[in-house]
Ligand binder design. Sequence first.
Ligand code: ZN
Length: 217
Amino acid sequence: MKDIAKLLSGFKNFQRTYFCGDNELFRDLNQAQNPKALVIACSDSRVDPALLTGCEPGDMFVVRNVANLVPPYENAPGRHGVSAALEYAVKVLEVEHVIVLGHSCCGGINALMSPRREALGEFIAPWVKIAEPALTEVSAKLQGKDEHLRQRACEQAAVLVSLENLLTFPWLWERVMQQRIHLHGWYFDMHKGELLSYLPEIGTFETLVARCATPPK
Ligand SMILES: [Zn+2]
């Protein structure tokens, strides 16, 4: 129960900030939300995009799943959770930025790379297979290289797969072409505590926010 008590105490802090004083944020948010960014992040407990970016309620629309993946557009009937959120963010909320946020130490990408992938569970293996093109690319390029290096490359390549898949949604593609929506591929390096961004001009992830000058010991 200690863990639940921590959650309730956290909610009380949140309540104090937004509901007990003169903070008027929710007076507006009760009418409507108007986030400018959709973030697709991993379910991993260490990579909460709102915490990482210091966002307030209403700032970002978020989809989280294993390995921050976007499946390609499919119009076959199904329970397309990511696609539904994407549709709402793009068509209804009219977000201006879509950010795919990958990260280091990703268990989902680790599962994708595992030779025992199929044994990991009935849902994980077929889900992470969305990023199979990333694995194929990295396996060819970095064959025999250090495992950590391969995993990092695969985590970053999977972000690019999701960005490519985003463009298979015709209404999103159209808005990107019209520059009404900007796509971003980010990568949170939790070893260094820094944020990287994919630069299509040079085809690599480069530092967006550098690590602290004096990292914690
Ligand atoms: Zn992850």
